[in-house]
Design a binder for this molecule. Structure first.
Ligand code: SF4
Length: 272
């Protein structure tokens, strides 16, 4: 008689690189954000500036008309001034993907840009200095491996390079009596090659195969999980926006949080 998969293994799991990162950092955080589907009511400043910056850079790369405004605009202008993106042969920006890894496991995401040769471009912003440690950590990020694995499976050929771009957020503050335009001028002058960088990350074929195997295991683990343990070590590193409801959370009576429409509101509905 053919063996039947356990019912829990027949539930569909859809993961993005952020979901993988969150689960590995703190399963309780994953539960609050992706099982209860809660999100803080007000997005943080970092998210707003970061997403505006991404919008501006997408317009620059796709040759659309744009008018750069505010700090995000000054950051995008620095991107345009210091990075060799014109040499990369950008073919498309903000490309969504969905790849069926197994009948019950799908990987989704949105790639910032794709080059003619299939190489991926990803943009990052940070308050940190763009030193060797920051760049090394970025190179180890799961997101690179997941995107390359997905693109390799979709294209049926090895896609193994990512151009990372990194722009530091301004660490200088607006002075008293300084107008917005004066401040933006000072921020413009603050940018140089140390605060805007790009570098290329390469993965081997066996590393990409390893990523796919790792993702399958992770999806199985998430599907079977009943108890979502906390990882307080993670709150020591980041200021977790879910801290106020971490110990005691009734999803029906929460204030300061709303229920998300779905787990990946920035992506279009999944066709699988
Ligand atoms: S407060 Fe800490 S333990 Fe709780 S969900 Fe956030 S990261 Fe996890």
């Amino acid at each position: 008689m053919p063996r039947q998969a356990h019912p829990s293994l027949r539930r569909k799991v859809i993961l993005t690189a952020s979901m993988v990162r969150t689960y590995k950092a703190c399963p309780r955080l994953y539960e609050l954000e992706y099982i209860h589907q809660l999100k803080p009511v007000t997005p943080g400043e970092a998210l707003t500036t970061g997403s505006q910056y991404h919008d501006y850079v997408a317009k620059i790369l796709s040759g659309e008309e744009y008018r750069l405004e505010g700090i995000a605009g000054t950051m995008a202008a620095a991107f345009d001034r210091f990075l060799p993106w014109r040499e990369w042969g950008i073919k498309a920006v903000e490309q969504e993907f969905a790849v069926k890894i197994t009948p019950y496991f799908i990987i989704r995401g949105k790639i910032d840009a794709v080059c003619e040769d299939g190489c991926i471009v990803e943009h990052k912003t940070t308050r940190n200095t763009l030193d060797d440690m920051y760049l090394e950590r970025l190179a180890l990020d799961d997101q690179v491996s997941i995107y390359l694995a997905a693109q390799t499976l979709l294209s049926d050929k090895l896609i193994n390079r990512v151009h990372y771009t990194a722009v530091q957020k301004p660490t200088i503050r607006q002075k008293q009596n300084e107008t917005d335009s004066q401040f933006q001028e000072r921020v413009r002058d603050w940018y140089d090659e140390t605060r805007v960088k790009s570098f290329t990350v390469v993965r081997t074929f066996s590393q990409i195969e390893e990523t796919i195997a790792h993702l399958k295991e992770l999806a199985k683990e998430i599907r079977r999980r009943k108890f979502w343990y906390r990882n307080p070590a993670h709150c020591m590193i980041v200021d977790c926006p879910y801290r106020s409801i971490c110990l005691d959370c009734d999803p029906q009576t929460l204030t300061g949080f709303v229920k998300k429409e779905n787990n990946n509101e920035e992506l279009s509905p999944c066709k699988f």
